[in-house]
Design a protein around this ligand. Structure first.
Ligand code: SF4
Ligand code: MG
Length: 332
């Protein structure tokens, strides 16, 4: 394994009136070269904050990187100057967001917005950048690129705008692409097309991808590995197969039960996870999932579980995997 990104014990907080919201509480994860890693969790799980931290997009204050490191190609991004980060963003690490309309400038042509990146980061001339912009639009599956470069964002459909964002993100052939809910605003058919496009582009360019999503369904087709986050912590990691066939954390099992699946038989109803995530300005002392967990034991209330190794590639942060608790759970 050859990690291009290694996050170690990352803690990120937001200072708000009357307290501190502990959005990320000790996240560690690796992304290998050419790999797609999904970070999955409900809103407020800390997945977006983790992603934004990689690009150092958290405003400080009110945010604060409290602890940990984010090593990208061997260098800790948390120690970089803002100027160094400027060069890394877009060039080395690309990012696409949920809603392309808010990231695209409505008053500039799509071609101009792609060219801008190429002129700034790749020292291209205007003519070179324009012709490369056409190539990029074709690459992301937008027909008639020659005409399309002269059009404005509102002349594109939602799915086509997301393709434009992908073209911008890939303009400088980054080694890592971070996609934060890239298909959430799109209908299901278009979602599948966009995910397929990302896969195809990855096969061509070898870029690593971090896919942030609340929807395990989006993950099923696309990812190599899955990281499940809850209340600012990684609660389970595994290969896609391990997570879907053999989930070992009650929260992961809950996410899967609440997921509409093509192979879902009618006798298996979709069951949403009851309750709500904890208040992160006063996170619980024990397991953060305790109040919502049907398998909770006495120990869970006051004691936060450690990560238990399930396999070489799978781990779960849950007392159910503690040999002593297992016995007690069985006898209780
Ligand atoms: Fe449930 Fe306890 Fe496991 Fe937390 S540690 S997920 S409360 S069984
Ligand atoms: Mg988010």
């Amino acid at each position: 394994n050859d990690p291009i990104l290694r996050i170690s014990d990352l803690h990120v907080s937001f200072h708000v009136r009357g307290g501190e919201v502990q959005a990320v509480r000790g996240v560690s994860l690796d992304v290998n070269r050419g790999e797609t890693v999904a970070i999955v969790g409900e809103s407020g799980s800390g997945k977006s904050v983790t992603a934004q931290s990689i690009l150092r997009l958290i405003p400080t204050p009110p945010g604060e990187y409290k602890q940990g490191s984010i090593e990208f190609m061997g260098q800790d991004l948390l120690t970089k100057s803002e100027q160094e980060m400027e060069a890394i963003r877009g060039q080395e690490i690309g990012m696409i967001f949920q809603d392309p309309m808010t990231s695209l400038n409505p008053t500039l042509t799509v071609g101009f917005q792609i060219s801008e990146v190429l002129i700034k980061h790749q020292n291209m001339t205007k003519a070179q950048a324009t012709s490369r912009a056409e190539e990029l639009l074709t690459l992301v599956g937008i027909p008639n690129a020659k005409d399309r470069v002269r059009q404005y964002p509102h002349q594109f459909s939602g799915g086509m705008r997301q393709r434009v964002m992908i073209a911008i993100a890939l303009a400088c052939t980054p080694s890592l692409l971070i996609a934060d809910e890239p298909t959430t605003a799109l209908d299901v058919t278009i979602q599948a097309q966009i995910m397929q496009l990302l896969k195809d582009l990855q096969a061509k360019t070898g870029t690593s991808i971090i896919l942030i999503t609340h929807d395990l369904g989006v993950v099923a087709e696309t990812c190599d590995r899955v990281v499940v986050m809850y209340a600012g912590k990684v609660v389970e990691t595994g290969t896609k197969e391990e997570i879907f066939r053999n989930p070992q954390h009650p929260y992961t099992r809950g996410l899967l039960r609440s997921l509409p699946r093509l192979d879902h038989s009618k006798s298996e109803p979709l069951i949403p996870i009851h309750g709500t995530p904890p208040d992160m300005s006063a996170p619980p002392k024990g397991c953060a999932f305790c109040a919502r967990c049907d398998e909770a034991m006495r120990i869970c209330v006051d004691n936060d579980p450690v990560n238990y190794t399930i396999s070489e590639t799978q781990g779960a942060r849950c007392w159910l995997h503690d040999p002593v608790c297992k016995k007690e759970g069985a006898s209780a």
